[in-house]
Design a protein around this ligand. Structure first.
Ligand code: ATP
Ligand code: MG
Length: 580
């Protein structure tokens, strides 16, 4: 797999083009524009997003959603949300509900255009009958294992089933009896009669229907035979009048079968177009694998903030705008590639930089006492909510004699390039005063620093000195008696390997789970304005990153924060090093 050449973070010029709504051309747009010119579909564009409700959506699905709904919007067309629900053993209404919530949250609206493949079961059954009547489908009574053995290989042709020559009447009668529930699971299947020596293995008499005595989440016990994906998908597209049926590259080999079924039935024929699926570094994008992480308890659920699911990213604090922007930026290609997680992080940082209020939160606190500050005095200092956007206003910050600062902002014997607080050193407290460290109080047993004693210069209120003297460090802080104690969750990549699917013999992708992917801090302090933070609210904690009040565990009065992303821009660094 090659590394994606992803566009650089946009310069001012390109971002104004983006915001003016001119998405860059791609090969799918070119096809649509050609079709519109030739009048192939009378200038119509009808797309669909077809999830199987057997898991939650992930960021790869977001790419497909943005593409399908985006094309429909750009060409004045329609996009259907269609549940591809033909495998009742793995599907559930919980997933249907979650998928709808995620698509809506991402910012797309299917209006009245929600469909279920299961709504077409009767029509699909009738199409199958037509194929039988044409001599193009037959009931096979080989076992599943025999069918596999008979299929042959890439180098060897398959063998014809002895049941392939069943008479049409017998096939019709048996297929009806399959539907009526007269046979056990696995006793018979319906197969297309194509070519057992076909170079494309999928064309060697593929199974169209199988017997499954299981209840379906929508059709209940109405059916005991269920159509296969390949049979269902093309006909659902046809019934819905889809023009451009966009899917991922692994379906390229299915296209021949897609076309064969529609041609044999002589029905309206959409065109299937394949594009490269999204692969993202340091995570997995496969429902099968994500289900394992959930079921085996490696994460707290589908919406664990470390998951690449849309619900996980939402809970982590991502915005729909950032995800849409990411999908636009990665573009659409015909070649498989791996996109760097740093680009996803870049887009959320860029979005929140514009709109997240700046606040102060101390993650790992150490106490400082300002010895020359009056013990009972409290001052209200003024702070910008967002220097990038003056319209976001200002707020008041309480300042008092005892404060919390970050442990890592103090060193007793600092190395050369450490510009923060140290004995005898003067630094700025953001929005407040210059302070100088006078002495340190330690635990006599452990040597741990208990309190840092400082003095402040009352002439530097607001964090500026009239005499022009310079301080190198600016620290964030909170007033100890006003701060809100809070839990903060710091996240890292879920996997510590760039491509967790790239496995040596005997390994599983779970061997590469990052044991440090979550770190819970229970002794952090945030400024009092965050006491009433509403779940889902996002902030920039100065110098620490972007954080979101957890939608599940946080409540006004007792906030809990997830770190969405640090401030460090690893993407810019990657670009600079010319790695991409
Ligand atoms: P998974 O491989 O994660 O199980 P899937 O393809 O089986 O996904 P579906 O519910 O069938 O999941 O997917 C719905 C649509 O989303 C399909 O059109 C599929 O091609 C597309 N899709 C799935 N994964 C990706 C991805 N990583 N990048 C882009 N599109 C994707
Ligand atoms: Mg699928």
């Amino acid at each position: 797999m090659s590394k994606e050449t992803v566009p650089k973070p946009p310069s001012k010029k390109t971002s104004s083009v983006e915001s003016a709504g001119f998405p860059p051309p791609n090969f799918i747009r070119n096809i649509i524009e050609d079709d519109n010119q030739t009048g192939k579909y009378n200038g119509q564009v009808a797309t669909r997003f077809p999830p199987e409700p057997n898991g939650y959506l992930h960021i790869g699905h977001a790419k497909s959603i943005c593409l399908n709904f985006g094309l429909a919007a750009d060409y004045n067309g329609t996009c259907n949300l269609r549940f591809d629900d033909t495998n009742p053993t793995k599907e559930d209404v919980e997933y249907v509900d979650a998928i709808q919530a995620d698509v809506r949250w991402l910012g797309f609206d299917w209006g009245q255009r929600r469909f279920f493949a299961s709504d077409y079961f009767e029509q699909l059954y009738n199409f199958a009958i037509q194929l039988i009547q044409k001599g193009k489908a037959y009931v096979d009574s080989l076992s599943a294992d025999e069918i596999r053995d008979y299929r042959g290989t890439l180098t060897q042709p398959g063998k014809k089933s002895p049941f392939r020559t069943r008479r049409i009447e017998e096939n019709l009668e048996m297929f009806q009896r399959m539907r009526a529930g007269n046979y056990q699971d696995g006793a018979h299947v319906l197969r297309a009669k194509i070519d057992m020596a076909h170079p494309n293995l999928l064309m060697r008499d593929p199974t169209l229907y199988r017997i499954r005595r299981v209840s379906h989440h929508r059709t209940g016990d109405d059916w005991c035979i269920y159509p296969m994906y390949d049979f269902t998908h093309c006909l659902s597209d046809s019934l819905e009048g889809i023009t451009h049926s966009i899917c991922t590259l692994e379906f390229e080999i299915n296209r021949q079968l897609y076309d064969w079924i529609l041609d044999e039935l002589n029905v309206y024929h959409p065109q299937q177009i394949e594009f490269a699926r999204l692969n993202l570094s340091y995570t997995v994008l496969s429902k099968r694998r994500l289900i394992q992480l959930v079921e085996e308890g490696h994460v707290s659920g589908w919406d664990d903030p470390r998951m690449p699911t849309i619900s996980g990213l939402r809970r982590r604090g991502f915005t729909p705008e950032a995800i849409q922007n990411f999908c636009e930026r990665i573009g659409v290609a015909k070649r498989d590639s791996m996109v760097d997680m740093a680009l996803l992080e870049y887009t959320i940082r860029e979005d929140l930089n514009k709109r997240a209020p700046r606040v102060m939160g101390v993650l790992n606190p150490v106490r400082i006492v300002i010895d020359n500050y009056p013990p009972d005095q409290v001052e209200e200092l003024e702070a910008d909510n967002n220097p990038e956007d003056p319209a976001m206003g200002k707020r008041k910050l309480p300042f008092s004699r005892e404060l919390w600062i970050e442990k890592e902002d103090f060193m007793e014997t600092p190395p050369k390039k450490f510009f923060r607080l140290a004995p005898g050193r003067e630094v700025r407290l953001k929005h407040a005063y210059y302070i100088t460290c006078q002495q340190v109080e330690k635990d006599p047993q452990t040597g741990e620093i208990l309190t840092i004693h400082c003095t402040y210069d009352p002439e530097t209120r607001g964090g500026w000195s009239e005499d022009g003297r310079k301080v190198k460090g600016t620290l964030h802080w909170v007033s100890a008696s006003h701060a809100v104690k809070t839990e903060v969750r710091l996240y890292e990549h879920l996997f510590n390997k760039e491509n967790p699917n790239d496995l040596k013999a005997g390994e599983t992708f779970k061997d590469h789970l990052n044991p440090n992917s979550i770190k819970i801090l229970t002794n952090s302090y945030v400024e009092p304005s965050l006491l009433e933070a509403s779940p889902g609210a996002r902030y920039q904690f100065l110098r620490q990153g972007y954080f979101c009040a957890d939608t599940f565990d946080s409540r006004p009065g007792k906030p809990v924060f997830n770190r969405i992303v640090t401030l460090r821009d690893t993407w810019a660094k990657i670009q600079k090093q010319g790695k991409q």
